[in-house]
Write a protein that binds this ligand. Structure first.
Ligand code: AMP
Length: 283
């Protein structure tokens, strides 16, 4: 696996792959890798001739009081994991390479960027859309792989790809979970053993909603109430949102009969955790 630090080197390396006729898959990450990230790499491996991963803790997507400086950075282990998965190229730039002085252009997915996490994290999706658009331009992948774990991010990026005519396919991969159901996240490292137990409330709340849907409940209000009741029963968990939305527009839905995305965000100790489940349309 070649490690590339500059945009110029990366463009040249991808051009070589292209000259050999390879299709290219992109997996963009902020490092502190886990099985969730590796599942994207494996999906890319199976669908593309060559895989390029990126590790970049993107300052633009962190708010002033967020965890940018203490975000886990585990570069050596990350490299070993990517190498083992057969990644061809790793682009790992410094912030100054991505945002040289004088940088003033951003990408905004108007409307969508302010919903869900965008509401509590103003500017977050502007940062995400901007860095992903730049990575798309730098790499020019045939396919780009993202996790359903970040459902609002998927909605923002899907819209961006459509609106700005990026010539690529966005592939969304299922949420990878710990054996006890907790969605894997780089931020799980912030959890104490006690927090870790409380954190299961997110998955339990989503399960409670799924159970009620299976039992015939369709209205968003009683379903949300059921989810919130599970969250409220767990000490040490502060809910930020629990909603039932359209997966493309992220707008609240009155019921789940035409399919829905059930999303939760909550603070558990020092960590802000998110989880979701997609429910299919049913009568
Ligand atoms: P991050 O490093 O947190 O920016 O995540 C990089 C990519 O990995 C994003 O597309 C995430 O949605 C995806 N990802 C993170 N956690 C998981 C997970 N538990 N399952 C599937 N994909 C994930």
């Amino acid at each position: 696996m070649r490690i590339l630090r500059t945009i110029a080197e990366t463009r040249a390396a991808v051009a070589e792959l292209r000259a050999r006729g390879c299709t290219v898959g992109l997996v963009a990450t902020m490092g502190a890798l886990h099985e969730g990230h590796l599942s994207l790499v494996r999906a890319a491996r199976s669908r593309c001739d060559a895989v390029i991963a990126t590790i970049f803790v993107n300052p633009l997507q962190f708010g002033p009081n967020e965890d940018f400086s203490k975000y886990p950075r585990t570069f050596e282990t990350d490299c070993a994991m990517l190498e083992r998965e057969g990644v061809d190229l790793l682009f790992a730039p410094e912030p100054a390479e991505m945002y040289p002085p004088g940088t003033s252009t951003v990408v905004e997915v108007q409307g969508l960027q302010d919903r869900l996490d965008g509401q509590s994290r103003p500017g977050h999706f502007r940062g995400v859309a901007t860095v992903v658009a730049k990575l798309f331009h730098i790499v020019g992948p045939n396919q780009a792989f993202f996790g359903q774990k970040d459902a609002a991010q998927v909605a923002n990026l899907r819209r961006m790809v459509r609106d700005l005519n990026f010539p690529l396919e966005l592939v969304v991969c299922p949420i990878v979970r710990e054996p006890d159901g907790l969605a894997m996240s780089s931020r799980n490292r912030y959890l104490s053993p006690e927090d870790r137990r409380h954190a299961l409330a997110l998955r339990r709340a989503l399960r409670a909603v799924e159970d009620r849907i299976a039992a015939g409940v369709r209205g968003a209000a009683p379903l949300i109430e059921a989810g919130l009741a599970v969250m409220a029963a767990e000490a040490g968990v502060r809910v930020e949102y629990f909603r039932i939305v359209d997966p493309d527009t992220l707008e609240d839905l009155p019921d789940v009969s035409r399919g829905a995305l059930i999303v939760v965000a909550a603070w558990v100790g020092p960590a802000r955790l998110i989880d979701n489940v997609l429910v299919e349309s049913r009568n």
